[in-house]
Design a binder for this molecule. Structure first.
Ligand code: NAD
Length: 265
């Protein structure tokens, strides 16, 4: 425990269960004194998320927000404004693409509707939430979204989600420029593969995890504590001057071109 987030309030979007990256981040923020509002997608998820939220040291504050629905987003940010007036941080850990699109040929399997939905939920939602959050940040603030290497390089089955993550990372830079003069920092955290609900939707997810272990510089899985620690850095005052960045936390996987070489070859 510490006080890096003492006096800071913010919204964490994307907790679905105890394995969610958003939950890993929220736990570290709470341990550093943050006050946190949690948004959940629908009633079914609320029942799963509430016990988690109630286990934190801060006062439980939950609001519904389906990012595809403008009225739902209006209501969520109205609730934040009514309760706190201003906020200091936003965590966006939301993505979705259909199962039929997260397999096989990107070229063959990407439909207009699938493309639209992946872009809407996984990229535009950060622009929209970021805009709304910035209106509640008169004293500056910090926003973080979660992304993955499939935006920069080709990963089997990641397909349309890789394209959506590329849009998300580019959006992060444009948002960072717009909001920089207001002392609001906007960054993306590129995490290595971790066992979550979203991961289970990707065909070959297990193989992705194994490749991460075998090929990463550190020869190990990406640890939730590392991803959450990086989020804490970006969201706290430790991150002063860091904006428009995509920070990789993946045991070094992103920088490896050739995993290993046999000297005799
Ligand atoms: P998760 O399934 O726990 O979280 C995904 C969240 O998105 C869920 O809480 C879900 O409710 C929410 N969501 C989906 N559609 C929504 C909608 N219409 N409205 C509101 N919320 C909606 O999985 P996760 O792995 O923790 O994913 C969080 C983020 O991290 C995602 O952006 C994901 O792409 C990213 N990420 C994950 C990994 C990994 O290996 N798990 C690696 C890098 C990045």
């Amino acid at each position: 425990a510490g006080e890096l987030m003492k006096g800071k309030r913010g919204l964490v979007m994307g907790v679905a269960n105890k394995n969610s990256i958003a939950w890993g981040i929220a736990q570290q923020l709470a341990a550093q004194g943050a006050e946190i509002a949690f948004s959940y997608q629908d009633e079914a998820l609320e029942r799963r998320v509430r016990p988690l939220v109630e286990s934190l040291p801060c006062e439980p504050f939950m609001v519904q927000a389906d990012v595809t629905n403008d009225e739902s987003m209006d209501a969520c940010f109205k609730a934040l404004e009514d309760k706190w007036g201003t906020i200091d941080f936003l965590v966006h850990a939301i993505a979705f693409a259909g199962k039929d699109e997260l397999v096989g040929s990107f070229t063959e399997n990407t439909t207009r509707e699938g493309w639209r939905r992946a872009m809407d939920i996984s990229a535009f939602s950060f622009v929209d939430a970021g805009k709304r959050a910035s209106h509640l940040m008169p004293n500056g603030g910090s926003m973080v979204t979660l992304t993955y290497l499939g935006s920069e390089r080709v990963v089997p089955s990641y397909n349309v989600m890789g394209v959506a993550k590329a849009a998300l990372e580019a959006s992060t830079r444009y948002m960072a420029r717009d909001l920089g003069p207001k002392d609001i920092r906007v960054n993306a955290l590129s995490a290595g593969p971790m066992r979550t609900l979203a991961m289970a939707g990707i065909s070959g997810g297990k193989a992705l995890m194994r490749t991460g272990r075998e090929w990463s510089m550190m020869k190990q899985d990406t640890k939730m504590e590392g991803v959450a620690g990086a989020a804490l850095y970006l969201l706290s005052d430790l991150g002063f001057s860091c904006t428009g960045e995509t920070l990789h936390v993946d045991a070094g996987f992103h920088a490896v071109a050739v995993p290993s070489m046999d000297d005799d070859d």
